[in-house]
Design a protein around this ligand. Structure first.
Ligand code: GLC
Length: 546
């Protein structure tokens, strides 16, 4: 008897899309995106060809970190809508063949969550142990030298009960104590609550940090040699980056939590996608055991590299070698400067971003777009007086502010940009978006960035990705290229035109990032043999003939 083949999970050949909810579409004219606005724009995402929609947190929140401070894990924030709006969103998405994953924030709650209010009420409150409390150091300072990701110490003193609470982010985001079984049980139910409501899975915020070393030892100053590929921006000069993190994140035992969650989500077919922010693929692989780990994790290193063929080759190859099938490939997020800006700005940056996306499309795993990437959007320089991000507002580090990548989507070249009503001031400025940056203008132009991204996604869906292995067919020089089965993916990541030797046989172009319009059929050009020439930032997908 032969074993029947294991069916592929529903996300196996999917493409994902991050919706930063506050900035996607505002249906009620308050200048902030909401659930109904997103529902009304789902047709666009279906047309674009993505499959998974990750929606940033819409749970009840005092918004100190724009929803990543959750005061009720099963309640919907009125600013974004109601529970019925979630149901309607999920129902419409499913009608369109889209899946919805919600953003679960388990590392910390809001300080206004009833658990924390009770925990603060007295040392012997049953919720006290939901959080991490310690006495101060003998000198009266914090219990150890841990720092917050946002800057400053990771501890705040509670006058009423005379102890310090731990927060790897804002003081208003106290870290939950995952050593406490009661916390684990609470989250089992939170997962079930949303799965029963029909969501298709979870993006797990700060998934690598839930467990801390039980002794909370001091962390050492960073001893790592500088990574030559690293972009070396303001983030890499932050308090957090000044230390190594052997005790505060990525602890043994964190994967046990995901083993437990796999059992919870499996009956629903739910997806677990981690924000595992580790730049070492071998460490990342520990979270992705196919049997009982997270199904997918983002791989963030591409958000931190300079544009160079060496950096791109390294960042792709190292991850594929360690984690063959469980990566979500990203080049942007609501936490980083936009890819087009990081990669040089303007059309240069847009072209490079599309070239990197082309390389992502054939790798095992799931490519994700960050809202607006498909338009080639670059950052908006949000003036300091309009800053919203607590990193800028609270920690006075405007150079690290995440506002510039979070500005509203430009849908149409009209007042309000089709994001909100004319005359409404959005929560972050639109910036000087041009008509050709908008969805409606690009949609009708076959040579636009949007049309190219859409063709790229369609080609990923249609081409033969059956073969599991990746064969890197580039040698060195500017072109990064690999073969998967009958398909070659290649991008010129250098600064000048270059050629490379195709594997034997004839190769028919399916996608060309530089082709202004290849009509709906995407291809049909004559087969190429021998050497292929690509301009700087040009990327192609080719299929073997015969
Ligand atoms: C994640 C989110 C980020 C948030 C932080 C704290 O990194 O992506 O936006 O500020 O977690 O929850």
């Amino acid at each position: 008897m032969t074993a029947s083949p294991v069916p592929l999970p529903w996300w196996a050949d999917a493409v994902g899309y991050e919706v930063y909810l506050r900035s996607f579409a505002d249906s009620d004219g308050d200048g902030i995106g909401d659930l109904r606005g997103l529902r009304e724009r789902l047709d666009y995402l279906a047309w674009l060809g993505v499959d998974i929609v990750w929606v940033t947190p819409f749970f009840a929140s005092p918004m100190h970190d724009h929803g990543y401070d959750v005061a009720d894990y099963t309640g919907v924030e009125p600013l974004f809508g109601s529970a019925e709006d979630v149901d309607a969103l999920v129902a419409r998405a499913h009608e369109l063949g889209l899946r919805v994953i919600v953003d679960l924030v388990p590392n910390h709650s809001s300080s206004e969550h009833p658990w924390f209010r009770q925990a603060r009420a007295s040392r012997d409150n049953p919720c006290r142990d939901y959080y991490i409390w310690r006495d101060g150091a003998p000198d009266g300072g914090p219990p150890n030298n841990w720092v917050s990701v946002f800057g400053g110490p990771a501890w705040t003193f509670d006058d009423a009960t005379g102890q310090w609470w731990l927060h790897l982010f804002l003081p208003e985001q106290p870290d939950l104590n995952w050593a406490n079984e009661a916390v684990r049980a609470e989250f089992d139910e939170i997962l079930r609550f949303w799965l029963r409501r029909g969501v298709d899975g979870f993006r797990i915020d700060v998934a690598h940090a839930l467990v801390k070393h039980p002794d909370l030892p001091d962390i050492p100053e960073a001893a790592r040699p500088a990574d030559p590929h690293d972009i070396g921006d303001a983030v890499s000069r932050s308090d957090w980056e000044r230390y190594d993190h052997p005790y505060d994140v990525d602890q043994e035992g964190v994967t046990e939590i995901y083993r437990r969650w796999r059992e919870v989500v499996e009956p629903f077919g739910g997806l677990l996608l981690g924000e595992v922010y580790l730049h070492d693929p071998a460490r990342l692989a520990r979270y992705l055991n196919p049997q009982d780990g997270l199904h997918l994790s983002f791989w963030f290193k591409p958000l931190h590299i300079r544009w160079s063929p060496e950096a791109i080759r390294e960042v792709l190859r190292s991850a594929v070698a360690e984690v063959p099938e469980h990566l979500a490939w990203v080049q942007g997020s609501h936490d980083r400067s936009r890819a087009a800006t990081r990669f040089g700005g303007g059309d240069l940056g847009r072209g490079r971003s599309l070239a990197l996306a082309t390389l992502f499309m054939g790798l095992p795993g799931v490519p994700f777009l960050y809202m607006g990437e498909e338009l080639g959007l670059d950052d908006v320089a949000v003036p300091p007086e309009r800053s919203q991000d607590p990193i800028a507002v609270r920690h006075r580090a405007p150079e690290r502010a995440r506002d510039n990548c979070r500005t509203p989507m430009p849908w149409e070249p009209v007042p309000g940009h089709g994001f909100t009503a004319a005359g409404v001031e959005p929560w972050l400025p639109f910036g000087d978006r041009r008509p050709q940056d908008t969805v409606s203008v690009q949609r009708d132009d076959p040579s636009s960035w949007l049309s190219r991204w859409r063709r790229l996604i369609a080609v990923r869906k249609s081409c033969d990705l059956g073969a599991p292995g990746i064969d890197w067919v580039d040698r060195d020089g500017g072109i990064v290229a690999y073969r998967r089965g009958r398909t070659v993916f290649a991008a010129n990541c250098g600064d000048a035109s270059a050629t490379f030797a195709l594997p034997a046989g004839g190769w028919r172009p399916l996608f060309d990032s530089a082709a202004p319009a290849m009509d709906g059929s995407a291809g049909g050009d004559r087969a190429v043999t021998g050497r292929l020439a690509l301009d700087a930032a040009q990327a192609v997908i080719l299929q073997h003939e015969g």
